[in-house]
Design a protein around this ligand. Sequence first.
Ligand SMILES: [Zn+2]
Length: 157
Amino acid sequence: MEGKTHIVGGLAAGVGYSVLVGTGDTTPFLVGCMVGSLIPDIDHPQGKLGRVLPFLSKPISSIFGHRTVTHSLLFLVIVGVAFQFLNLSQALEIGIMIGLVSHIVLDSVTKDGVKLFYPFDFNFRIPPGISTGGFIEKGVLIGLCFLVAYYGYGMFL
Ligand SMILES: [Zn+2]
């Protein structure tokens, strides 16, 4: 999936979480959703985050490849442990985690899938397997925009 789809996907997941569970502080929560939705593609030097942080994305890409460790359950655990040493607000941490999970789920519905169980070399895919940047992804993006607009407008009222 492309960066813009991941950002909107992270927001949609965050809005869904907010509707079902509620959030504390809305702004850091939604910022966390957006940032978290981009973090896994730090392994892609041409991605939105990879272009901003090439000193991180290039070595990660050459060592691990794309959609491996940063798209895995192991990475969620690593980030969760890192949160124990960082002094972030709980709303921001939950938002980042939701963004990370949304990214992994969205990449899982592409033809390439993700190495969800990294370091095991099993490619996890959720059918139907759509093409990144293709026509169906554009439809997914539009649908996610409507979900964010419909359920999310109330978060700021
Ligand atoms: Zn990705």
